[in-house]
Design a protein around this ligand. Sequence first.
Ligand code: TNX
Length: 476
Amino acid sequence: MSVASLVPRPQTLRVLGGHLHLTAQTGVRGPAAVVGLARELLGLSGPGHEIDLALVDDPGLGAEGYRLTVTDDGVRVRAARAAGLRWAVQSLRQLRDGDRLPFVEIEDRPAYGWRGSLLDVARWCHPLPFLRRYVELLALYKLNTLHLHLTDDQGWRFEVLKYPRLTEVGAFRAGSTAGHLSEGRADDVPHGGFYTQRELRELVDHAARLGVRIMPEIDTPGHVQAAIAAYPWLGNTPSRPLPVRREWGISRHILNVSDRTVGFVEDVLDELVDVFPFTYVHIGGDEVPLDEWAASPQAHRRVADEGLGGPEQLLGWWSRRLARHLERYGRRAAVWDEVVQSGVPHGTAVFGWRSVAQVEGAVRAGHRVVAAPYEHTYLDWAETEGPREPLAIDSGLTLSRVYGYRPPSTVLGVQGQVWSEYLPTPELVEWRAFPRLAAIAEIGWSSGERDFADFRRRLTAQLPLLDRLGVGYRPL
Ligand code: TNX
């Protein structure tokens, strides 16, 4: 393999001549928080301490930066925080060629503090062991955030102790879209599943050990048909029961605006923040058809009581209510960019998804923004059309198109979205997510010149590692 082909590309890298040889005696020493992980990921648990990890008081390294040297004397890693040591271990994993590590000097730190991937487990409930593995693969590329899309029209996956029907009823559907949504067909094959709070806590711990934070999303006030199926009083026409939705696409049914319904979502958030310690909690706000609110006397009363301009401003009101609730826990809300028009609460992170222009608009409006524009980061889209390509919502999102995205410098960071309508199995998720997530990782981590040919060469050199890990990526 070519020497020192790291992905994402480090800020500075010098390759010196020569190699360090790893043996059964080679060992790791370092702070308790990372030494076990380092031994495990490097497969080095010998009695020696050639691999020396240490924290130093050097603010210049930032929250995630590290300095790494490999010389005749061994490996020396220095970072200001444990996160930097963890990323250095991932670099060592990538640098390694069998039992040899090339002599290098690396000084590295990320361009953006938020480098993530959304995984949609609502459309298809992917098994928990796969979520653990997905987190491990994010960490390999120094992606530090898993955005877990836990609820949608087609399924509710988060156990809520106060409202057991959310998972008893809302986690199961009678069938699914068959073929592409545009064909208008559905099957009768039941699908369902959910994660217990205990399972999710374990996932959070597993991710934290790897340096990955998990931001949960409870999507409201649209994309909630599964919740309304469980508790019809949440909807705008409680007398007409709804099933958990089978078809992909957007349900017209949204939550009503009663205090009881807001209280319900607050109760859900109470349990959610107890499971997920990360500062941000995503409360949705995307694709909210307003027909039901426009036709609802209750919604019009709410508009009047709150002094809003019309039902279209209820989305902002809704988000502000939930954001205020999260603030009581010292948390911040995250929302999709639709909410910007009707007033985003202070401190909220806006996820710009409806194009690069929306990302830039939200930045100009002064928001904290995570860049997730569909035309560069929707990894559920196929790269190309072709007989060998599995079904996808759309196509044309090539590796180079992902790589070519340049987020504004002032965003929090960037994220690759893996919506799962057409990804019913972990194998298909891996096919879509890899290797394009590596391009997302490089956009989020590396500064300076973008050279796609160089990226492709380094990525190619890293593919044997993915092969060894058994990742079912789409070949270049
Ligand atoms: C739009 S992106 C959605 C999702 C779909 C996705 C499919 C967003 C905030 N909403 O519900 O899964 O498109 O690409």
